[in-house]
Ligand binder design. Structure first.
Ligand code: PLP
Length: 418
């Protein structure tokens, strides 16, 4: 069956061609072939709304914020704080002061590790993660545990790449000081039942950080409905700029946390004897902030809301279903990650071909995929492979592009017979 046949009625109104027009990079022709950009889990392309806003800000509105007495500074401050409101709305957070701008998910997690976990950890305490995590949601916890004599505990996943909930629950004990779980796995696409995991953790008195780096671009996130304590995501994966991301934290927790970095912009008063720190979020935004990046992120989040996260999720589901069925026909191809709930990420290996060779051959067909361990080496170890090929879908991808991928894989098989 053609991958373009039988579109579900629910997606009849999803005008992917109109959306594609908004992403100038999609007109690029690598090696003279139309670009098929399937590396969206690594980073997403930027719509014209974001590009134009960045250009306008730098060309006509650029200034430092918060302390300026001149008009440009006042206007830039309003735009920056407007971006904070866009992030609050995007996450359905109760308060603006719960939204901290950081460099990305990685910095958000490091901030919580340093300012929330470190002061609370004593020897013998534990931090619980899952076997699905990105290195960014492993290494900061490992480091702070090593420093404090605490232990990193890992809840296992099953052969489909789903967290085993009973095992997660069993590891929530009297010594657990925090659970840190990914919302969506970057390596396998598994969507974790985070609401249920948060419920289990809270029943054991354990606060929860959710790594939303892969969820924010493709799922509706409501931190109040989830009930988590911290949520992080990156701007560059949500069709926004690099160098900006969001840490959302519960007001009462942020209020108790010491600064992560110190310097200008995060103080009430400074003398050589002592410094009074500002309240959150300013307490966690030391130095000149990434003003343009934050404003660009605000535009990107508004763009996602206009397209509709539910529509994006449904579209990516459809692309994933088409791709999953089509690649299964390729001899010797094995999909890793077959959990019942999955986002638009397809990870696979092919017998007798290294993932890097697959990636290179696809690249020459214009198809950009990721080949490697995807910063999730423990996931690779769990499945006994050093690397996979990962095709990850975005809001602008099409069924025809899935067909191009499948043709490229047929060519790989032709060059490397099973
Ligand atoms: N968590 C997950 C699940 C990710 O996929 C990534 C990036 O790939 C990160 C965290 C880290 O995000 P960043 O590099 O933008 O800080």
């Amino acid at each position: 069956m053609s991958a373009t046949a039988a579109r579900p009625a629910v997606l009849a109104g999803y005008d992917v061609e109109a959306l594609r027009e908004e992403f100038p990079v999609l007109a690029t022709r690598p090696y003279g072939k139309p670009l098929v950009y399937f590396d969206n889990a690594a980073t997403t392309q930027k719509p014209r709304a974001v590009l134009d806003r960045l250009a306008r800000f730098y060309a006509h509105e650029y200034a430092a914020i918060h302390r300026g007495v001149h008009l440009l500074s006042a206007q830039a401050t309003v735009a920056y704080e407007g971006a904070r409101e866009a992030a609050r709305r995007f996450l359905n957070a109760a308060r603006l002061t719960e939204v901290v701008f950081v460099r990305g998910a990685t910095e958000g997690i490091n901030l919580v590790a340093a300012s929330f976990a470190r002061p609370r950890l004593a020897p013998g305490d534990e931090i619980l993660i899952t076997a699905l995590e990105h290195h960014s949601n492993i290494v900061p916890w490992q480091a702070v545990c090593a420093e404090r004599g605490a232990k990193l505990v890992v809840a296992p996943i099953d052969d489909r790449g789903a967290v085993i909930l009973e095992e997660f629950e069993r590891r929530l004990g009297p010594h657990t000081k925090l659970a840190a779980v990914t919302h969506v796995s970057n390596a396998l696409g598994t969507i974790n039942p985070v609401a249920e995991m948060i419920r289990l953790a809270h029943a054991a008195g354990v606060p929860v950080l959710v790594d939303g780096a892969q969820a924010a671009p493709r799922l509706t996130v409501d931190v109040q409905a989830l009930g988590c304590d911290f949520y992080v995501f990156s701007g560059h994966k949500t069709y926004g700029p690099t160098g900006i991301g969001v840490l959302w934290g519960r007001q009462e927790l942020l209020a108790e946390m010491p600064p992560y970095q110190t310097g200008g912009g995060m103080i009430r008063a400074v003398t050589f004897e002592e410094t009074l720190y500002d309240a959150p979020p300013a307490r966690f935004e030391a130095g000149t902030p990434p003003v343009a990046e934050a404003i660009g992120l605000g535009v990107a989040l508004g763009y996602l809301e206009r397209v509709g996260l539910d529509a994006i999720a449904a579209w990516e589901d459809e692309l994933l279903a088409l791709a999953t069925a089509a690649v299964a026909e390729v001899p010797g191809l094995r999909i890793l990650g077959t959990a019942p709930a999955k986002a638009g990420v397809l990870s696979f290996v092919m017998a007798g071909v290294h993932p890097h060779d697959i990636g290179t051959i696809l690249d020459h067909e214009g198809v950009a995929v990721r080949a490697g361990h995807h910063c999730a080496q423990p996931v690779m170890d769990r499945f006994g492979v050093p690397a996979t090929v990962r095709a990850s879908f975005g809001l602008y991808n099409t069924p025809a592009e899935v067909e191009t991928l499948v043709r490229g894989l047929a060519r790989v098989r032709h060059l490397f017979p099973a």
